[in-house]
Design a protein around this ligand. Structure first.
Ligand SMILES: Nc1ncnc2c1ncn2[C@@H]1O[C@H](COP(=O)(O)OP(=O)(O)OP(=O)(O)O)[C@@H](O)[C@H]1O
Length: 223
Protein backbone atom coordinates (compact mmCIF):
# COMPACT_ATOMS: atom_id res chain seq x y z
CA UNK A 1 0.00 0.00 0.00
CA UNK A 2 1.02 3.62 -0.51
CA UNK A 3 1.57 6.57 1.73
CA UNK A 4 0.58 10.12 0.80
CA UNK A 5 2.93 13.06 0.99
CA UNK A 6 2.46 16.69 0.10
CA UNK A 7 5.20 19.30 0.10
CA UNK A 8 4.63 23.04 -0.19
CA UNK A 9 1.04 22.45 -1.26
CA UNK A 10 -1.02 25.62 -1.63
CA UNK A 11 -4.29 26.59 -3.31
CA UNK A 12 -5.51 30.01 -4.47
CA UNK A 13 -8.86 30.71 -6.09
CA UNK A 14 -8.13 33.85 -8.10
CA UNK A 15 -7.03 36.33 -5.44
CA UNK A 16 -8.30 34.21 -2.52
CA UNK A 17 -5.65 32.09 -0.83
CA UNK A 18 -7.52 29.00 0.39
CA UNK A 19 -4.52 26.90 1.55
CA UNK A 20 -1.16 28.38 2.49
CA UNK A 21 1.90 26.26 1.66
CA UNK A 22 1.86 23.19 3.89
CA UNK A 23 3.60 19.85 4.24
CA UNK A 24 1.59 16.75 5.02
CA UNK A 25 2.51 13.09 5.36
CA UNK A 26 -0.11 10.38 5.81
CA UNK A 27 1.41 6.92 6.16
CA UNK A 28 -0.32 3.84 4.86
CA UNK A 29 -2.61 2.66 7.68
CA UNK A 30 -3.16 6.11 9.23
CA UNK A 31 -6.25 8.30 9.56
CA UNK A 32 -5.58 12.05 9.59
CA UNK A 33 -8.42 14.47 10.33
CA UNK A 34 -8.41 17.95 8.78
CA UNK A 35 -10.49 20.33 10.85
CA UNK A 36 -11.29 24.04 10.79
CA UNK A 37 -14.22 26.42 10.47
CA UNK A 38 -16.24 26.86 7.31
CA UNK A 39 -14.05 28.41 4.61
CA UNK A 40 -10.81 27.35 6.34
CA UNK A 41 -9.65 25.49 3.22
CA UNK A 42 -10.43 21.84 4.04
CA UNK A 43 -12.13 21.01 0.73
CA UNK A 44 -9.56 22.94 -1.27
CA UNK A 45 -6.81 20.89 0.41
CA UNK A 46 -8.51 17.55 -0.33
CA UNK A 47 -9.15 18.48 -3.96
CA UNK A 48 -5.52 19.58 -4.32
CA UNK A 49 -4.32 16.28 -2.80
CA UNK A 50 -6.47 14.46 -5.38
CA UNK A 51 -5.05 16.69 -8.12
CA UNK A 52 -8.65 17.39 -9.02
CA UNK A 53 -8.51 21.20 -9.30
CA UNK A 54 -8.57 22.57 -12.83
CA UNK A 55 -5.71 25.02 -13.46
CA UNK A 56 -8.19 27.44 -15.03
CA UNK A 57 -10.12 27.58 -11.75
CA UNK A 58 -7.46 27.42 -9.06
CA UNK A 59 -3.71 27.79 -8.89
CA UNK A 60 -2.03 25.01 -6.98
CA UNK A 61 1.65 24.89 -6.01
CA UNK A 62 3.67 22.11 -4.45
CA UNK A 63 4.21 18.43 -4.93
CA UNK A 64 2.00 15.44 -4.14
CA UNK A 65 3.55 11.98 -3.88
CA UNK A 66 1.73 8.67 -3.60
CA UNK A 67 3.90 5.71 -2.71
CA UNK A 68 6.93 7.92 -3.33
CA UNK A 69 5.95 8.80 -6.93
CA UNK A 70 5.09 12.35 -7.91
CA UNK A 71 1.47 12.71 -9.00
CA UNK A 72 0.81 15.67 -11.28
CA UNK A 73 -2.74 15.27 -12.48
CA UNK A 74 -6.06 13.69 -11.62
CA UNK A 75 -5.75 10.76 -14.04
CA UNK A 76 -2.40 9.83 -12.54
CA UNK A 77 -3.83 10.19 -9.02
CA UNK A 78 -6.70 7.86 -9.96
CA UNK A 79 -4.27 5.34 -11.44
CA UNK A 80 -2.34 5.38 -8.17
CA UNK A 81 -5.50 4.62 -6.22
CA UNK A 82 -6.37 8.07 -4.91
CA UNK A 83 -10.15 8.33 -4.37
CA UNK A 84 -11.90 11.54 -3.32
CA UNK A 85 -15.37 11.46 -1.74
CA UNK A 86 -16.44 15.05 -2.38
CA UNK A 87 -18.60 17.00 0.02
CA UNK A 88 -21.50 17.19 -2.46
CA UNK A 89 -21.14 13.48 -3.29
CA UNK A 90 -21.02 13.91 -7.11
CA UNK A 91 -23.54 11.13 -7.66
CA UNK A 92 -25.69 10.85 -10.77
CA UNK A 93 -29.34 11.37 -9.79
CA UNK A 94 -30.56 8.96 -12.46
CA UNK A 95 -28.57 5.92 -11.28
CA UNK A 96 -29.62 3.57 -8.51
CA UNK A 97 -27.49 3.18 -5.39
CA UNK A 98 -26.27 -0.14 -6.78
CA UNK A 99 -25.37 1.29 -10.18
CA UNK A 100 -23.59 4.23 -8.54
CA UNK A 101 -21.14 1.82 -6.92
CA UNK A 102 -20.99 -0.75 -9.71
CA UNK A 103 -20.38 1.50 -12.71
CA UNK A 104 -17.02 2.95 -11.52
CA UNK A 105 -15.82 -0.57 -10.76
CA UNK A 106 -16.66 -1.73 -14.27
CA UNK A 107 -14.98 1.41 -15.62
CA UNK A 108 -11.87 0.34 -13.68
CA UNK A 109 -12.10 -3.03 -15.47
CA UNK A 110 -13.00 -5.01 -12.37
CA UNK A 111 -14.56 -8.26 -13.67
CA UNK A 112 -18.36 -8.22 -13.47
CA UNK A 113 -18.79 -10.97 -10.85
CA UNK A 114 -16.25 -9.40 -8.53
CA UNK A 115 -17.70 -5.94 -9.16
CA UNK A 116 -21.17 -7.15 -8.07
CA UNK A 117 -19.69 -8.73 -4.93
CA UNK A 118 -17.75 -5.61 -4.03
CA UNK A 119 -20.84 -3.45 -4.64
CA UNK A 120 -23.02 -5.54 -2.31
CA UNK A 121 -20.29 -5.61 0.33
CA UNK A 122 -19.63 -1.85 0.20
CA UNK A 123 -23.33 -0.93 0.39
CA UNK A 124 -23.67 -3.34 3.33
CA UNK A 125 -20.77 -1.72 5.15
CA UNK A 126 -22.53 1.65 5.10
CA UNK A 127 -25.91 0.22 6.12
CA UNK A 128 -27.61 0.42 2.72
CA UNK A 129 -28.52 -3.23 2.19
CA UNK A 130 -32.13 -3.14 1.02
CA UNK A 131 -31.79 0.30 -0.61
CA UNK A 132 -29.74 -0.89 -3.58
CA UNK A 133 -32.44 -0.33 -6.19
CA UNK A 134 -33.46 3.15 -5.07
CA UNK A 135 -32.58 5.97 -7.42
CA UNK A 136 -30.10 8.41 -5.90
CA UNK A 137 -32.75 11.09 -6.31
CA UNK A 138 -35.08 9.12 -4.04
CA UNK A 139 -32.52 8.83 -1.23
CA UNK A 140 -32.06 11.21 1.69
CA UNK A 141 -28.99 13.41 1.91
CA UNK A 142 -27.46 11.06 4.48
CA UNK A 143 -28.20 7.99 2.35
CA UNK A 144 -26.62 9.68 -0.66
CA UNK A 145 -23.58 10.48 1.45
CA UNK A 146 -23.29 6.79 2.31
CA UNK A 147 -23.66 5.73 -1.35
CA UNK A 148 -20.78 8.07 -2.19
CA UNK A 149 -18.64 6.47 0.49
CA UNK A 150 -19.64 2.95 -0.62
CA UNK A 151 -18.55 3.86 -4.16
CA UNK A 152 -15.14 4.81 -2.79
CA UNK A 153 -14.83 1.76 -0.51
CA UNK A 154 -15.61 -0.61 -3.37
CA UNK A 155 -12.67 0.83 -5.33
CA UNK A 156 -10.34 -0.28 -2.48
CA UNK A 157 -8.38 2.97 -2.51
CA UNK A 158 -4.72 3.36 -1.65
CA UNK A 159 -5.49 6.90 -0.53
CA UNK A 160 -9.00 7.80 0.62
CA UNK A 161 -9.89 11.50 0.87
CA UNK A 162 -13.27 11.89 2.56
CA UNK A 163 -14.78 15.38 2.65
CA UNK A 164 -17.32 15.78 5.48
CA UNK A 165 -18.52 12.20 5.00
CA UNK A 166 -20.46 12.22 8.29
CA UNK A 167 -22.04 15.69 8.09
CA UNK A 168 -25.61 14.55 7.35
CA UNK A 169 -25.68 11.32 9.36
CA UNK A 170 -27.44 10.31 12.55
CA UNK A 171 -25.32 8.93 15.38
CA UNK A 172 -25.66 5.27 14.36
CA UNK A 173 -24.76 5.82 10.73
CA UNK A 174 -21.97 8.18 11.69
CA UNK A 175 -20.41 5.37 13.74
CA UNK A 176 -20.84 3.00 10.80
CA UNK A 177 -19.10 5.39 8.41
CA UNK A 178 -16.27 6.20 10.83
CA UNK A 179 -15.76 2.49 11.40
CA UNK A 180 -15.57 1.94 7.64
CA UNK A 181 -12.93 4.69 7.30
CA UNK A 182 -10.86 3.14 10.08
CA UNK A 183 -11.25 -0.31 8.48
CA UNK A 184 -9.83 1.16 5.27
CA UNK A 185 -6.80 2.37 7.23
CA UNK A 186 -6.49 -1.06 8.85
CA UNK A 187 -6.48 -2.51 5.30
CA UNK A 188 -3.50 -0.24 4.62
CA UNK A 189 -5.03 2.85 3.02
CA UNK A 190 -3.86 6.35 3.88
CA UNK A 191 -7.06 8.11 4.98
CA UNK A 192 -7.70 11.86 5.20
CA UNK A 193 -11.03 12.99 6.64
CA UNK A 194 -12.08 16.64 6.49
CA UNK A 195 -14.56 17.18 9.28
CA UNK A 196 -16.34 19.62 11.57
CA UNK A 197 -17.16 16.72 13.89
CA UNK A 198 -15.01 16.74 17.07
CA UNK A 199 -15.77 13.04 17.72
CA UNK A 200 -14.62 12.07 14.24
CA UNK A 201 -11.44 14.09 14.71
CA UNK A 202 -10.87 12.59 18.16
CA UNK A 203 -10.72 9.10 16.66
CA UNK A 204 -8.08 10.04 14.09
CA UNK A 205 -4.40 9.31 14.59
CA UNK A 206 -3.52 12.96 13.96
CA UNK A 207 -5.38 16.22 13.53
CA UNK A 208 -4.35 19.02 11.17
CA UNK A 209 -6.21 22.24 11.99
CA UNK A 210 -6.73 24.77 9.21
CA UNK A 211 -7.54 28.39 9.91
CA UNK A 212 -7.92 30.73 6.94
CA UNK A 213 -5.72 28.33 5.01
CA UNK A 214 -2.93 28.17 7.58
CA UNK A 215 -2.25 24.67 8.86
CA UNK A 216 -1.07 23.64 12.31
CA UNK A 217 -0.89 20.16 13.82
CA UNK A 218 -3.34 20.04 16.72
CA UNK A 219 -2.25 16.46 17.35
CA UNK A 220 0.42 14.54 15.49
CA UNK A 221 1.69 14.33 12.79
CA UNK A 222 1.59 10.55 12.53
CA UNK A 223 5.11 9.22 12.91
N1 LIG B 1 -14.83 27.11 -6.54
C1 LIG B 1 -14.38 28.14 -5.81
N2 LIG B 1 -14.23 29.33 -6.39
C2 LIG B 1 -13.75 30.40 -5.68
N3 LIG B 1 -13.42 30.34 -4.37
C3 LIG B 1 -13.56 29.16 -3.75
C4 LIG B 1 -14.04 27.99 -4.43
N4 LIG B 1 -14.06 26.97 -3.55
C5 LIG B 1 -13.63 27.47 -2.38
N5 LIG B 1 -13.32 28.77 -2.50
C6 LIG B 1 -12.82 29.65 -1.43
O1 LIG B 1 -11.70 29.02 -0.81
C7 LIG B 1 -11.74 29.21 0.59
C8 LIG B 1 -11.72 27.84 1.27
O2 LIG B 1 -12.92 27.14 0.93
P1 LIG B 1 -13.09 25.59 1.21
O3 LIG B 1 -14.38 25.16 0.58
O4 LIG B 1 -11.86 24.90 0.82
O5 LIG B 1 -13.23 25.60 2.81
P2 LIG B 1 -13.81 24.48 3.79
O6 LIG B 1 -12.96 24.55 5.00
O7 LIG B 1 -13.90 23.18 3.07
O8 LIG B 1 -15.27 25.03 4.09
P3 LIG B 1 -16.61 24.21 4.50
O9 LIG B 1 -16.35 23.64 5.86
O10 LIG B 1 -17.67 25.29 4.51
O11 LIG B 1 -16.82 23.17 3.43
C9 LIG B 1 -12.98 30.04 0.89
O12 LIG B 1 -12.59 31.38 0.99
C10 LIG B 1 -13.84 29.81 -0.33
O13 LIG B 1 -14.67 30.92 -0.56
Amino acid sequence: MSDLQATGLSVAWGGVVAVRPLDLAVPSGAVVAVTGPSGAGKSSLLWALARALRPAAASVTGTVRVGGSVVDDHDEAARRGVVLVPQRNALSATLTAHESVLVPLLAHRVPATEAWQRTDEALGRVGLTGSEQHLVDQLSGGQQQRVALARALALRPEVLLADESTSELDAGNRELVLAALHEEAARGAAVVLATHDPDAAAGAGAVLALDEGAAAWERGPVA
